[in-house]
Design a protein around this ligand. Sequence first.
Ligand code: MG
Length: 252
Amino acid sequence: MVKQFKKYLQTHRYPNFDLRAVLFDMDGVLYDSMPNHACSWQQTMEEFGFKTTKPEEFYLHEGRPGKFTINIIFQRELGRDATDEEIEKVYSRKTELFSQYNSGKIMPGAREVLEMVKSYGLLPVLVTGSGQPSLLGKLDEDFPGIFTPDTMVTAFDVKFGKPHPEPFLIGLKKGGNLQPNQAIVIENAPLGIESAHKAGIFVIAVDTGPLPDSVLKEAGADLVLDSMITLKEKLSDIFSITQSIYNEVNRI
Ligand code: MG
């Protein structure tokens, strides 16, 4: 793995890592919620009479604010953007269905990863495009003491959303006005990876969905792992790699 970390430093012209925080996406990383999102979107679109969507499409839109996803489908089928009223109707139906279908299942390995991050003295920060009350409200119950409102970026904090770098730039700020080489990002979705990559941060992709690894690499992932359990197993190696590069550069 050392090679990926050194390549990142060369590309971004940083002398080293100086890790302070780990920025976590939520859906598909902390919660196994993507299948529920995909089927809620698909059913909503069918109910509104759209015919070209498939559940898999929504894995590619993951992380995009809901209104932009709706506009992409309106443009494709009707050749126009949705009105504010239509966006409101479609998105509230999707939210309603998601609240019904959402199992709230925690991604295996997620709790342990968060605990390890804390035990290494690093700050966990949440950076999600989600505005779903059914998940955001449960975070503190499911991961007690990990996130506070000061260390969370949600749909309510952003103007552009992923794939724009904005959410992760806000995440760096909330992490303590950090530089990109002071954090790493854990993401599962192409648009989230693109957002973090454009923000200049090292991105570890966990491929927890149906998309091939190549799609995540093309989006800008520096390292692709197959699950949060694998991340848990490799995390101490990852931290020692970044620390030893720091020591090497600073001749400690
Ligand atoms: Mg995600």
